[in-house]
Structure formats: structure tokens, C-alpha cells
Design a protein around this ligand. Structure first.
Ligand code: 1PR
Length: 531
């Protein structure tokens, strides 16, 4: 059977490729328009913005053959933006025509106090029988998007599954042998692999899909709070790449870099134990690396062969100059990571410098790493990793920065503090506070905040709830709470008290003090949705 992948150069298709291989199939890459119609099965992955996808399809002469293939009812599976491309157009890219198979426009999620993009694991309600969903047991699936198809009678013969996120939206469509899903099966763990496997295995059918009645009565699906395992990676003094862990960012113990395991193996273990996402931080990434020698590329390539949940990579995402003098843009660096299997990149120091420049000049340059990467890969692929540290003051008037009244007074009894952003792994404080940073990065096109806290890192004293609440109040982006987790109850606390969208830990997982399953049990026990 000829299974063909429509790689039109828009982003990370390695995960789709790896998932298909894991299921035991060979994949052929479509390189000519005529192959779209001749393949037995086509997988149409979607990464990037609606406009970018449609432009690429048209440039390559793929749009018309794709339309013909769909109208001829030949097997095809579209993923994420590929589902959206079936519509007539999208609010994301006004004036750009879609394939026009489904009627109507793709619309943006309205901000009803919900973080946008929707990033994470949501339930889906299957509206009718589908061989693609055989064996599906209501597991949550991984979504990441700011725009969605609306549930409308006009597309009733296509509707297959819906989900809720403030509003009901289209989670999957299917007619005959053509299926498209808004979620990412290749990133949805075992449940997603099962769906992908069903699509690949099922024989083409002559029957058309039935038209269903859209019921208004249902219990809305719920997004899960994500539990993320974080691996800080660096070379130790022997030159081996190891997972390490700092104590307020100091990773050395008795002069040696702490060695808590091997990155690829540890990531695999966390996937098997139920982590909803894995984050790698190359903690020496602020140092100079030529692009050929980015140590995390191979880690990602190997990890993505066996780990089917989202992977984020941070550390060193910025412009680089290699020893020959050649300059690599932040977009080149990010692209290398995406091609190696990353779903998101996280930007630390460079985000702070960008915001400083923005505050100084009062306008965006259009060339910052955030803007460059977001434009091509979408906001959801750009995470800002914040490394803040408390600065205490006696009165809010003592600083121009955004202060909070704290329950934990400073060394001189100061009752207020602000959170100062740092660069170079906390080594250098800058004149930017977390509120300025997250607001500005959101405006520049970032899609998520990874909120560390130097004061709490490695302490096991619990997350800094005051910091997280301040940042949640300053942005509508999803916020990942990080630093300080010491026991399962800390995760309950952070979700209940701050509204964080995800919580991340490192030390307790690496040292096997608390299992991911125990965290999920505690969070679920408190009535909070988990996967
Ligand atoms: O500035 O873009 O090159 O990115 C560098 C990245 O490396 C940033 O994301 C920064 O947070 C990270 N980093 C740099 N130095 C360190 C260090 O520890 N010396 N690690 C470092 C950051 C914090 C979290 C940690 C949580 C949870 N580590 O990643 O995993 O605090 O830990 P815990 O659960 O054990 O408390 P750039």
C-alpha cells in the first residue's frame, strides 16, 4: 500500500512520520502534484497559519489535486490546520481562499476568560460511528489551536466529533474515506496512535457518511490541566550530555554537575508514566553553538521516535554566528529543532532582550526571534521561558515595576516585591518585570508562558503562587507553572489558587520521589480534570 505524506514544508512532520513508522508502515513523500491523486492513502499534516498552508499548497500546485482527491472520496487524513483548510476561509488569514469543501469560515476562539491558544488535552464527543475511531474510549486528545471550525447544520454530512472550549467546536469531520481532525493524533499518546492506525489499516469503503442530527444536549468536554516533566540538559565535565537539576539554578554539587540520567531514556520513561508533555531545556544554550553542533538536535530526533506527546525545546533559541562567520537567524535555529521533532521552542534570554528593545523604542522591529518564529510556525509553537527572581521593596512607590503585596516578607520585613526577569540562566538581572515581559511577548506573537521561579527552583517548597497569579492576571496566554514542586498536593494548590493551565516539575520526578501518576491522582481527587 502506498501511504503518502503531503509535506509542503510548513513545520514539524517528523512526529507524523515517526508515528506512521511506529505503526509499521513505510511512508512515501509526495513531491509532485500528480502523486496526490495516485496514492492509496494520503496524510495531510497541518502546521503553521491557515494562510501559510494555503499559500504553500498553491505554490506547489497541490491545492487542486487535493480537492479532486477529496471529492473523489479517496482515503485522506487531514490533521489540525489541514482540517481548517477544508473550509472556504479563515479569520486567521482574511482574503485567503481555503479548499472550499466545507462551507463557512474558520473563526477565532472568543476570549471568555480562557487561555488562547487552546493548548492541551481535551475530550471529544463522537457523533456517529466511525471506523477511524474504532476502539476509542473517550480518552482525551491533544489540541493546539486558536482558530476552529464551527458546528453548523450546513456541514452536517461531514461532522464526526465535537469538543468544547468556551464554545462547541469541530473536533473531527469525516465523509466516506476522507477524515480530518483538529487534534493531533501523532501527539495524543496511545489513543492517538490507535486512531492513526485505524485510518492506515481500514480498507476504502464505497459508502458515504450518514447525515446526523446535531444534538444541543450534552455535557461539555473538559480540558485537562497538564502535568509536564522538564529535563534540564547540559554537558557534564566529562563531556557527556546529562539531565541535571539545579538548586535555585546552581546545578553543581561538590564541584560536579549533578547527573540525574540520560535525556532520551528519561523522556521515554516520563512518556510511559503519563506525562502530558516533555520539555527539554539546554541550560547552557545562551553560550555560543554553531548550528551543526546543537547538542539537543539528536536528543530530539531520538526522543521523537518513541515519545508521542508534545515536545518543547528551549535554550539558545536566538540568532547565532558560527565560527566561519555565517549568521543563522533564530528562525533557522528553531526550524532545525522543529525538523528534529520539536513541537514548540521556548525562548528565554532573547525574549528579555527583545522586550527591552521594545520598551526602549516603543515599537516592534518585526525581526525578533518571537516574531520570526511565530509568523512561520504559529503562536502556539513559541513559548516564553521566564526566569524571574523576587526584588523586595517597602512600598510600591519605591519602584516603577509592577509590585504585589506578599505574604512572605523580605529580609528587612519588606511587604512588597516585584519579579525581575533574568538572562543567561539567572546569572544577570535586567530592568524588566514579569508583567512587562509577558504582555509584550504576547503582543509580539508568543503563544505560551513557561513561568519558572529562581527563588523556588529545586526547593520542594511548592510553586510561587503569588508570582503565578500575577502573571495569569497579566496575560491571556496559557501559563505553565514551574519551580518548587515538592509533593503531589503542590499541584492541586497551584491549579486551585492560580488558574495555571499546566504545572511542570523536574527534581521530584528525576529523583523518583513523586510519581506522575500520584500527581494525577491527587489532582483528579480534588475534582480537577486530568488526562
Ligand atoms: O536563555 O533562551 O538560552 O534559555 C535558557 C533556558 O535554560 C531557560 O529556559 C532557563 O530557564 C533554563 N536554565 C538556564 N539555566 C538554568 C539552571 O538551572 N542553571 N534551568 C536553567 C531552568 C528551571 C526549570 C526547572 C524548574 C523545576 N531550570 O527548568 O526545571 O524550576 O524544577 P523543580 O521542579 O526541581 O523545582 P535561553
Amino acid at each position: 500500500m502506498n501511504i503518502s505524506l503531503l509535506d509542503y514544508g510548513a513545520g514539524n512532520v517528523r512526529s507524523v512520520r515517526n508515528a506512521i513508522r511506529r505503526l509499521g508502515y513505510e511512508i512515501h513523500d509526495i513531491t509532485r502534484p500528480e502523486e496526490i491523486e495516485s496514492a492509496d492513502k494520503v496524510i495531510f499534516p497541518g502546521v503553521g497559519s491557515f494562510g501559510l498552508v494555503m499559500d504553500r499548497l498553491r505554490e506547489k500546485g497541490y491545492a487542486e489535486p487535493l480537492r479532486r482527491r477529496i471529492l473523489a472520496d479517496k482515503p485522506l487524513l487531514g490533521i489540525c490546520v489541514a482540517l481548517q483548510a477544508l473550509y472556504e476561509g479563515s479569520e486567521e488569514s482574511p482574503g485567503v481562499a481555503g479548499l472550499g469543501i466545507l462551507s463557512g469560515q474558520v473563526v477565532r476562539f472568543a476570549e471568555r476568560g480562557l487561555a488562547i491558544p487552546q493548548i492541551g488535552w481535551n475530550g471529544t464527543r463522537l457523533l456517529r460511528h466511525s471506523a477511524t475511531f474504532a476502539g476509542y474510549q473517550d480518552e482525551k486528545l491533544y489540541f493546539v489551536h486558536s482558530y476552529h471550525g464551527q458546528v453548523a447544520e450546513t456541514n452536517a454530512e461531514w461532522l464526526l466529533a465535537v469538543s468544547d472550549y468556551g464554545t462547541e467546536f469541530v473536533a473531527a469531520v469525516e465523509r466516506g474515506n476522507v477524515t480530518a481532525c483538529q487534534f493531533h493524533p501523532e501527539k495524543s499518546g496511545a489513543a492517538g496512535l490507535n486512531l492513526l492506525g485505524n485510518f492506515l489499516a481500514k480498507p476504502p469503503q464505497a459508502t458515504q457518511g450518514e447525515v446526523i442530527q446535531i444534538s444541543q444536549l450534552h455535557t461539555p468536554t473538559q480540558m485537562a490541566k497538564r502535568i509536564i516533566a522538564c529535563l534540564d540538559v547540559r554537558s557534564n565535565d566529562q563531556g557527556d550530555l546529562v539531565v541535571t537539576k539545579g538548586d535555585q539554578y546552581d546545578v553543581r554539587q561538590e564541584g560536579e554537575v549533578r547527573n540525574l540520567g540520560k535525556p532520551v531514556q528519561l523522556a521515554q520513561r516520563y512518556y510511559e508514566e503519563g506525562a502530558d508533555e516533555i520539555t527539554f531545556l539546554n541550560i547552557t544554550g545562551f553560550r555560543q553553538y554553531p548550528l551543526q553542533d546543537l547538542p539537543m538536535l539528536e536528543v530530539l530526533q531520538r526522543t521523537s521516535e518513541n515519545v508521542f506527546v508534545p515536545l518543547t525545546i528551549g535554550g539558545g533559541i536566538r540568532e547565532l554566528r558560527d565560527p566561519s562567520g555565517k549568521v543563522w537567524t533564530a528562525l533557522d535555529v528553531a526550524s532545525a529543532y522543529f525538523r528534529s521533532g520539536a513541537d514548540k521552542v521556548s525562548i528565554g534570554s532573547d525574549a528579555v532582550y527583545t522586550v527591552e528593545e521594545f520598551l526602549r523604542s516603543g515599537s516592534a522591529t518585526g525581526t525578533s526571534s518571537i516574531e520570526q518564529i511565530s509568523r512561520v510556525y504559529g503562536a502556539q509553537a513559541v513559548v516564553i521561558s521566564v526566569d524571574p527572581r523576587r526584588v523586595y521593596v517597602h512600598r510600591p512607590e519605591d519602584t516603577a515595576h509592577a509590585t504585589i503585596a506578599t505574604r512572605f516578607p523580605g529580609p528587612e520585613g519588606q511587604r512588597y516585591c516585584w519579579y525581575q526577569c533574568t538572562v543567561k540562566g539567572g546569572r544577570e538581572g535586567r530592568d524588566v518585570d514579569v508583567v512587562q515581559l509577558v504582555r509584550c511577548c504576547q503582543d509580539l506573537g508568543a503563544g505560551e508562558i513557561l513561568l519558572n521561579c529562581i527563588d523556588r527552583d529545586g526547593t520542594n517548597n511548592g510553586f510561587d503562587l503569588e508570582l503565578i497569579s500575577q502573571v495569569k492576571g497579566a496575560t491571556s496566554l496559557p501559563v505553565i507553572a514551574s519551580s518548587g514542586a515538592g509533593k503531589a498536593e503542590h499541584f492541586v494548590e497551584v491549579f486551585e489558587e492560580t488558574g495555571a493551565d499546566a504545572a511542570l516539575a523536574a527534581g521530584i520526578f528525576h529523583r523518583q520521589e513523586v510519581a506522575i501518576a500520584a500527581v494525577k491522582d491527587a489532582v483528579a481527587g480534588a475534582g480537577i480534570e486530568v488526562r
